[in-house]
Design a protein around this ligand. Structure first.
Ligand code: SF4
Length: 320
């Protein structure tokens, strides 16, 4: 008898008694301090932000206007609110038709979704929560770009709704974070997650396996430390190389070797076995099936990737 991995879908189903799906949105005017020059320019070496979501195309009308934490005005707030509603309506309808989802979590996915003045954030989050059949929001961000004021506001808001904050942990090793030009160290992530947990917020941690210079022991240590911070949910990703990134240049120069599928499966299954059972899983891998993927090619074939993951889970008595 194989043990069922606790998934985020199960968590939501138990809580809301129906199928709940995340609806990713990309809001124009948002950027990232690791891209806009506040911390660095160019971003994390693997980041080509258009690869996150095709709906970023919808973000183009405001190109040239970007928010940051000290933006005094936001002349585009109305446009952003319209855009949010437009994207939500289109995608939630599709998720309802294709997957039978009845309720939704609006997922602020692209860029750094707390990197704007609090008034803008409040307007967007509260608009999201007012949309039809929305039961909550999930906010993807960086640990160095969420103010204490925003954390306190989110903690208050979370008393009335399902609220998640997603932090990129990626690795607990500072040398790795430096090599990928992350722009913050591991202690920053750890402190911010502890702070968010102390305020009672639900936290999802993103981990990347296959970062440059890391071996299996390091990847598993990252997973262990992430669990020990009290995260409630986790996403595991392999590092893959897409076009128009600094990592693509490193790869072309022979300075970066992508993780082999066999090693990824080994690390993933061990990370799952180490995971506390209450931590829900939102993602076991990632891939991209268009011409932007350079390597590793096993990240291109979704079906064979799923098959390989299922086989690896079976071999250790788990199922997803
Ligand atoms: S933090 Fe996210 S959006 Fe910013 S550069 Fe890194 S991957 Fe890109």
């Amino acid at each position: 008898m194989r043990e069922q991995i606790f998934t985020f879908g199960q968590y939501l189903h138990r809580k809301f008694g129906t199928k709940v799906s995340k609806v990713p949105v990309s809001i124009s005017g948002f950027t990232c301090p690791n891209i806009d020059g506040t911390i660095a320019k160019g971003g994390c070496t693997f980041c080509e932000n258009d690869s996150f979501s095709p709906s970023l195309d919808r973000a183009r009308p405001l190109k040239g206007f970007f928010l940051n934490l000290s933006s005094a005005t936001n002349p585009y707030l109305e446009k952003q609110l319209e855009q949010l509603e437009w994207q939500f309506n289109a995608l939630s309808q599709k998720l309802h038709n294709d997957n039978g989802a009845d309720k939704f979590i609006v997922y602020f996915q692209s860029f750094t979704n707390t990197y704007a003045p609090l008034e803008t954030l409040k307007a967007l989050y509260e608009k999201a929560l007012s949309l039809d059949n929305v039961v909550g929001i999930s906010i993807g961000t960086r640990s160095d770009s969420i103010s204490d004021e925003t954390l306190a506001y989110l903690a208050e808001l979370s008393k009335q709704t399902e609220l998640w904050v997603e932090f990129g942990i990626q690795s607990i090793y500072d040398a790795t974070l430096e090599r990928i030009n992350r722009g913050h160290d591991s202690s920053n992530v750890q402190e911010t997650i502890r702070k968010a947990k102390a305020l009672g917020l639900n936290v999802c941690g993103h981990l990347i396996f296959g970062l440059p210079g890391e071996d299996k022991a390091m990847m598993l240590e990252t997973a262990k430390v992430a669990y020990s911070l009290g995260i409630d949910s986790v996403k595991y990703h392999p590092l893959y190389v897409v076009k128009r990134t600094a990592l693509a240049n490193e790869y072309a120069r022979g300075e970066f070797e992508p993780i082999l599928e066999e090693l990824y499966l080994e690390v993933l299954t061990e990370a799952l076995l180490l995971k506390p059972s209450y931590v829900s899983v939102q993602r076991l891998s990632a891939g991209i099936d268009d011409e932007t993927l350079i390597a590793p090619l096993w990240c291109k074939e979704k079906n064979s990737q799923l098959k390989a993951i299922n086989g690896a889970l079976k071999s250790v008595g788990l199922k997803y």
